[in-house]
Design a protein around this ligand. Structure first.
Ligand code: PLP
Length: 394
């Protein structure tokens, strides 16, 4: 029998992928499943981005690159941070990785020692706690349910901080809630963080461009510039340009930490795919109007989904400001169906309504479900009709 490491036994496989796999299995059996589990835009990668990749292949740009990204892409990232976020970085402060997920993984590995605490708000993106565990860190979860708009308060943040706190993770707009913090809310959190100079902040801005709030996008550094020296801003091309399969993410932050993240990457994966880097450079430098088209569709779907969900019995859904997810509280509906918890309820919905949702417990919030609207309005209409028929409508 093979003895596995304690490390690998501390984590679980990504649960969002598990639901997608189960839905696929049922589809293969001929069932007419509507999958609302996807964590990726349903649009094709824009043509000019694909063309840049094809040109890169033709030009023989198919070899190792610098570990931390090509000079051209790093320069495009620096310009992007300047243009969209009013943030200035030197090349040594930028690391390009194989997806935003690897950026975060590198950071956790470079920053955390055994027992170091990382503060994460629940509901959270599924991978944060597990990547902290893989670095032998300790996830410290702050609960932020629907009653507080899925946002942590400065008081909660203050109460969660201990001498062991090394990292605070912020993700706005959020996966899985779609909720975005306002500048004032971020400034209030920043006020707490200012008092704790040893804490590093990770600002995961992955959904920056999928945002329809009243005010423009703002992250913790914009709201509290003093935190620049110890904040890692993470972003990528997966969601903004519908490029999930290309695997390009990037981070900007303090040189010492970024260089340490680069060292981890140099001894694990080396550079991200050269061809993907060429495509990402075209995405960041090229016409940005492709983002607006996707944004318009997501907003329209959001409005439809929230309005329909709130008419279903036992379902309470908050209107949100971005990303492509709704995160309704379905605890009353779960009770009414006699299923025991959200995981069983997800199975029940798959079997009885042929609709795939991800249980909230995957994101640290049992009793909720995540619905992805990265699918057509026709699909959403049909899925919500099915849910309404099964659960009843008010
Ligand atoms: N951060 C958040 C909040 C996400 O939802 C995701 C993807 O689902 C990522 C980061 C990582 O995306 P990628 O690794 O495709 O860049």
């Amino acid at each position: 029998d093979i003895q596995l490491s304690h490390r690998v036994q501390k984590v679980k496989p990504s649960p969002t992928l598990a639901v997608t796999a189960r839905a696929k299995e049922l589809k293969a059996q001929g069932k007419d499943i509507i999958g609302l589990g996807a964590g990726e835009p349903d649009f094709d990668t824009p043509e000019h981005i694909k063309e840049a990749a094809i040109a890169a292949i033709r030009d023989g740009f198919t070899k190792y690159t610098a570990v931390d990204g090509t000079p051209g892409l790093k320069d495009a990232v620096i310009e992007k941070f300047r243009r969209d976020n009013a943030l200035e970085y030197q090349p040594a402060q930028i690391l390009v990785s194989s997806g935003g997920k690897q950026s975060f993984y590198n950071m956790a590995q470079a920053l955390l020692n055994s027992g170091d605490e990382a503060i994460i708000a629940a509901p959270y993106w599924v991978s944060y706690p597990d990547m902290v565990l893989l670095a032998d860190g300790k996830p410290v979860v702050i609960e932020a349910g629907i009653e507080q708009g899925f946002k942590i308060t400065p008081e909660q943040l203050q109460a969660a901080i201990t001498p062991q706190t090394r990292l605070v993770v912020l993700n706005s707009p959020s996966n899985p809630t779609g909720v975005a913090y306002t500048r004032a809310e971020l400034a209030a959190l920043g006020e707490v963080l200012r008092q704790h100079p040893k804490i590093v902040i990770a600002s995961d801005d992955m959904y920056e461009h999928i945002l329809w709030a009243d005010e423009p996008f703002c992250n913790i550094v914009n709201a509290c510039p003093e935190l620049y020296e110890r904040t890692v801003v993470m972003n990528g091309v997966s969601k903004a340009y519908s490029m999930t399969g290309w695997r390009i993410g990037y981070a900007g932050g303090p040189e010492k930490l970024i260089q340490s993240m680069k060292k981890i990457q140099s001894q694990s994966t080396s550079n991200p795919a050269s061809i993907s880097q060429a495509a990402a450079e075209a995405a960041l430098r090229g016409d940005q109007s492709c983002i607006q088209e996707m944004l318009k569709a997501f907003k329209e779907r959001h409005d439809f989904v929230v309005q329909r969900l709130n008419r279903i019995k036992g379902v309470h859904c908050l209107a949100s400001q971005g990303a492509f997810y709704s995160f309704p509280d379905m605890s009353s509906a779960i009770d009414a169906t006699g299923t025991e918890n959200d995981v069983q309820f997800a199975e029940y919905l798959l079997n009885e309504a042929e609709v795939a949702l991800v249980p909230g417990s995957a994101f640290g919030k049992p009793g909720y479900m995540r619905l992805s609207f990265a699918t057509s309005l026709d699909n959403l209409r049909e899925a919500l009709d099915r849910l309404a028929r099964l659960l009843g409508e008010e």
